[in-house]
Design a protein around this ligand. Structure first.
Ligand SMILES: CC(=O)N[C@H](C=O)[C@@H](O)[C@H](O)[C@H](O)COP(=O)(O)O
Length: 222
C-alpha cells in the first residue's frame, strides 16, 4: 500500500451520524467518485463504510473508528476494541491517535501499535506535533500523518496545512510523512508536496458538501 500511495492523492470519505451524508452507500459512491478523479486510496471511518468502499472501489483503505470515551479526549481509534473491529473490516492500514494525551482505559500507544503490527496490518500515527511524530516513529509505526495538528489544545489552529511542521518532519523522520488536515485547495496540495511529503489525504474539501456550500455562502455574506 505504501508504494501505491507514494506521490498520489488519498481521499478521506467520512460522514458521522450527525452529518448529512451519513450512509455507507453514499460513502461508497463518494469513494468511487474519488477513484474516478484519480485518488489511489481512501481513508474511511467505521467497519460498514470500509466494507462498502472496498466492495465498490477495490482501493486500499486506511481504516479508523471514531468513538468517544468519558476518560479521554482521544477519539480516533482510541482503544484495542476499535482495532479489533477494524481488523474484521479488511482495511490495509489502521490509523490511530498517537498524541501525547491520556488514552481511554489506560492503554498505551506502544501496546496498540505492536498489536496492529502483530496482525500484519500497517499503522498510521495521527499526530499533532513534532514530538509525537518522533515518538511514534520510535514505536515502530509505518507512517505518520499530520491529522491532528491544530486539533489538540497545545497546537496552533491554522487556516491551511502546517507547512512548518511538515518540513521538520520530512527532514528528521525516515518513515513516510503524510500531510492530512486542512488541505483545502489544489494549491495547498501542491505546497505540501513541495514541502516533501510522501503522500497526502484530502477530506472535507472533496467529500463534505455541507462545508463546501458554507464557504460559498460565506463569500456572499458580509
Ligand atoms: C481532526 C479529525 O478528526 N480529522 C478526521 C480524521 O480522520 C477527519 O474528520 C478529517 O476529515 C480528515 O483528517 C481529513 O482532513 P480534512 O477534512 O481537513 O481534509
Amino acid at each position: 500500500m505504501l508504494d501505491i500511495i507514494k506521490n498520489k492523492l488519498i481521499v478521506s470519505c467520512q460522514a458521522l451520524e450527525d452529518e448529512p451524508l451519513h450512509s455507507s452507500f453514499i460513502m461508497g459512491r463518494m469513494a468511487n467518485a474519488a477513484k474516478e478523479g484519480g485518488a489511489v486510496a481512501i481513508r474511511a471511518q467505521g467497519v460498514d463504510d470500509i466494507i462498502e468502499i472496498k466492495k465498490v472501489t477495490s482501493l486500499p483503505v486506511i481504516g479508523i473508528i471514531k468513538r468517544n470515551y468519558d476518560d479521554s479526549e482521544i477519539y480516533i481509534t482510541p482503544t484495542k476494541k476499535e482495532i479489533d473491529e477494524l481488523l474484521e473490516s479488511g482495511c490495509e492500514m489502521i490509523a490511530l491517535d498517537a498524541t501525547n494525551r491520556k488514552r481511554p482505559n489506560d492503554e498505551s500507544l506502544q501496546e496498540l501499535i505492536s498489536y496492529i503490527k502483530s496482525k500484519g496490518i500497517l499503522v498510521m500515527a495521527d499526530i499533532s506535533n513534532y514530538e509525537e511524530a518522533i515518538i511514534s516513529a520510535k514505536l515502530g509505526v509505518d507512517c505518520v500523518s499530520t491529522t491532528l495538528a491544530g486539533y489538540t489544545s497545545y497546537t496552533e489552529c491554522l487556516e491551511g496545512p502546517n507547512l512548518e511542521l511538515i518540513k521538520m518532519l520530512v527532514k528528521d523522520l525516515d518513515i513516510p510523512v503524510i500531510a492530512e488536515g486542512k488541505i483545502n485547495t489544489p494549491e495547498d496540495l501542491k505546497n505540501v508536496y513541495e514541502a516533501g511529503v510522501y503522500s497526502a489525504v484530502v477530506g472535507s474539501a472533496i467529500t463534505r458538501p455541507q462545508l463546501i456550500t458554507k464557504k460559498f455562502v460565506n463569500a456572499i455574506e458580509i
